[in-house]
Ligand binder design. Structure first.
Ligand code: S3P
Length: 170
């Protein structure tokens, strides 16, 4: 069996939706940020501070490769930047079905207002400008990696879970 993988911008609800999907389906929950934090014994923000973004991106690629090699399956929640590297998108295609949880700029900004401290990609930037530019930069990669696109606009968690399950056929 293949995994169901959730991708999307920071704040789109990947972790929350993945947790619900895992509880609903009984499939294992695999959260790439959590695994990287556990492996390093550090929060993501500390990893960025100590080693820099490139090192974190290398950790992401290494983890995807390991998930593939171990044949580990489940509901996989990705860090928001994971699909940006072409290599990662290639591995994702082999790992399973990728669902892009799509949110518009305004919703993301509203949700991220209180989540800047733990997100090194946002810290020290003007939030609106940063979300706008990163979203423009990444949208192509999200769409390229996606097997299905599910809008999270005006939808409760349960509705998004329902839509993802229906679209993915699980
Ligand atoms: C990142 C998103 C974060 C985390 C890291 C980098 C990004 O995950 O992987 O801070 O580049 O978009 P969330 O999408 O869960 O916030």
């Amino acid at each position: 069996m293949k995994s169901l993988i959730l991708e999307g911008f920071m704040g789109c609800g990947k972790s929350r939706i993945a947790k619900e999907l895992s509880e609903d389906t009984g499939l294992a929950l695999i959260d790439t940020d959590n695994l990287i934090e556990k492996e390093n014994g550090m929060r993501i923000s500390q990893i960025f501070e100590s080693y820099g973004e490139e090192a974190f991106r290398d950790m992401e690629t290494k983890l995807l490769q390991k998930l593939k090699n171990d044949g580990k399956c489940g509901i996989i929640s990705l860090g928001g930047g994971m699909p940006v590297r072409e290599k990662n998108r290639e591995i994702l295609k082999e790992l399973g079905t990728v669902a892009y949880l799509k949110a518009g700029k305004q919703l993301l900004i509203k949700r991220l207002e209180h989540g800047v401290e733990k997100r090194p990609m946002l810290k020290g930037h003007d939030l609106e400008e940063r979300v706008d530019s990163l979203l423009k930069e990444r949208e192509g990669a999200y769409l390229d990696a996606a097997d299905l696109v599910v809008s999270v606009e005006n939808a409760e968690v349960s509705e998004v879970v329902f839509k993802v399950r229906k679209a993915a056929g699980i």
